[in-house]
Design a protein. Sequence first.
Length: 436
Amino acid sequence: MTDERKKMMKPNKISQIAIAFLFSGFINSSFAAQAAPTQTAVTVAVTPTHLRQIPETASSLGTIKAVHSADLSFSSSGHINHIFFQDGEQIHQGDVIATLDDSDVKADIASAQANLDEVSSNYKRYQLLKGTGVFAKQDYIKVQTSLTVAKANYAAALESAHNLKLVAPFDGTLGSFDFSTGAYIGSGTKLVNLVQLDPLKVSYNLNQDLKNRVKLGQAIYLTTDMYPNKKFDGRVTYISPTINPDTGRFDLQAQFGNATHQLSPGQTVTVHQLLGKGSKQLVIPQTAIMVDDQQSYVFTIKDHKAVKTDVITEENTNDGDIVITQGLSEGQDVVTSGTQKLSDSMPVNIQSSAETAPEKPVTPKTISASTPQQKQPSQTAAPKASEVPGAKKPVKAQATAEPKPPLASTSSKPAQVSSSKPTATVSDSTPDTATH
């Protein structure tokens, strides 16, 4: 081989080596791109933070008591003849609950009636002969006295019969009967308890510093863990004139409506005493709050990615919102649905954005018990099979996948659409008044 030909071949080898190097780099980058996982965007719903008028309140634990409650008993002794109701039944004022055996009383009534008839007849004869001198005046007075006694005996016999009936003194709910039909019960012995469940009252106490700020008729509301999103509205009915020297607190009572009988005497609740209109504070839906090692946080959105944001919470408004004192600003979007699948910096698809929630003014006279409902996400219709090129059967709508890196493998699967939907906590509360 000549030197000239060798010189011509040398550049060709260099070119081949360069091409091989570039090709191997292309292969490596393709495999690297294929191996690099891509995060699937999570579909979420968001709600903007907003200001809301939060009234000034003072809270205390309280115990529910019945306004009307009585242990019912007979005024007479005897065997129970009949019980007309079951344990726990609701009854009305004037209903006959139970009766005693009346055989002896019936005999007493008959005897008293016969005696009254005889004395009345004798008295009428004396009335006809009065002034004729046939009988002495003392005899007439004696017959007149006998008539008065006969009438009293007859009335007493009828009263004894009435005492054999146990009658409801007010509307209410029966407790458990202590005796059954046929049992002997003494006079004044409790047969059953009757309690009125609507309205009820709550006893609680507050610090002495608040005594001058509490007035009769002032609004209160109750909350309980049994019904976390419901308020029971009431009014102050009693303020103790004295302060406990050991605790520095004074006692109060408030009456509230309980038409649905959800609360019961003896139950412990939290009493919120309204003291003033308060101020506007930043609130968000409770569903947005997450907790990690006792630290509350939410997910905000920035550049279509979730941002884990620590917050400091304060008061739960008991109608779906919670007060935020630090970590967020007004109008900032927070994730309210889909948070379980989120992590910091994860890409998101915002399914729907609720309009700025209207301000919920709350004054001492009117306390809202409603829960704000979030906007339902809009639904996207699935494309028809004829609209999908190359599709052999109907295809469900798919969320747009994240943009693929250059030269990535075409075998990547499309991102699945999250089925999470925003949920709104709905209060089942019925506003109650203290005059129920």
